[in-house]
Design a protein around this ligand. Sequence first.
Ligand code: TYD
Length: 199
Amino acid sequence: MKKGRLIVFEGIDGAGKSTQVRMLKRKLRARGRDVAAFREPSRSRFGRTLRAKAKEAGSLTPAEELDLFIKDRRENVARNIRPALRDGRVVLLDRYYFSTMAYQGAKGLDPEWIRTVNERFAPKPDLVFILDVGPPEGLARISRRGTRDALFERESYLRKVRRLFRTFQGPRFVHLDGKRDKRDLGREILDRTLAVLGE
Ligand code: TYD
């Protein structure tokens, strides 16, 4: 039985998710909340394989990639997310299955099918923040280096990913402009989170 709350952060590379997770964690703890924060890909063997493989473009087929992200998530759900929710903690998650829908969807797999596969084992979040920035700004923030061709290819891929993120609509989704001042953004994120926590 789930007692905690699950708050997810999504967006393309360099959208500012990690900064916002860190800020929200600090603010919630200062208010006496019991907070756990996790990220995907996780630190498990699957997550480590994914990070290593991600550096060599094209070393995995989209289907192989999907399979690894799902194995990684199953482990993260079983070991980290479900136990923390059972203990009534507020769980902050830097990426979740919406990243799989958007990133692997942008490689041609069906996003709705990816959602179905994930929702068979992954608890549904109470709130999903989607931080929106353009691929050039995102890539500049993480100062990804590479040849001009590789950068161009990455940008065009991230444009597709961003388009898919923008299609995720519904009461649990909050789309925010990632170019806003980070403190201002942090205040809105805190307010919306507190509303979900019933404060
Ligand atoms: P990221 O959170 O950006 O990790 P880091 O900041 O340590 O590089 O995630 C790494 C990449 O993995 C990122 O480009 C998004 C991608 N990704 C997917 O393609 N599918 C997924 O399901 C997840 C969780 C991430």
